[in-house]
Design a protein around this ligand. Sequence first.
Ligand code: CTP
Ligand code: CA
Length: 225
Amino acid sequence: PPASEGGSFFSGKFVLLTVGATQEPLDPVRFLSNRSSGKMGFALAEAALRRGARVVVVAGATSVPPPPGVEVRRALRTEDMLHAVEELFPAADVFIAAAAVADYRPKSVALQKIKKGNRLVLELEPTPDILMEMGKRRRSDQVLVGFAAETENLEANARDKLVRKNLDFLVLNDVSRADVGFEADENEVVLYDRWGGRFTFPREDKRVLADKLLETIAARLAAVR
Ligand code: CTP
Ligand code: CA
């Protein structure tokens, strides 16, 4: 859709994002985590800021600095990220979950460093699903945007997450590809929405892509609401 259709949707809105990777400690020197640089999430934060939004990012571990002007709250463990999001979510107009959240955490955290030995079996338990939880609590005037990192059955898995988590938009990342996504500066995604829309975004710099994603989201909201 042309740029004008999105109008000034983000202007004056409060946009909350999760960015980066959560880390689940195993002992004082080790953790379980996911691959994520935070580039895509920070690019979305910056794009929202440029569109006149107030932006708060709840960030796990990131390997790039946050964009200037964006308020960042650090939350390394999934549980901490959930609590920070829970506190801010009621005031948010838009919630974008771009974080790579650890799906499992060690069932117990060793207080002392685990010494090496023969075999070590770890028991893991699921972490809370932050986005799913906000999907349950959301008001109809809030806009929820999720990501899906998939390696197979891309479209089916993406549509399933959109519905299951009660989202308005879902950005599909094909993470089986080495040339885009994760640490790369470029990404190539498909955006799905709850009204049946599907928009493909060819390979592009993450900052340009982020702005195009927000433009399409704004235009879709103007068209369907
Ligand atoms: N997400 C979250 N909290 C979690 C796990 C995921 O908020 N504990 C969010 C991610 O930030 C992303 C979306 O949910 O926006 C989907 O993440 P993804 O890992 O693709 O899907 P999962 O629901 O975790 O399912 P699976 O990893 O089994 O595919
Ligand atoms: Ca996951």
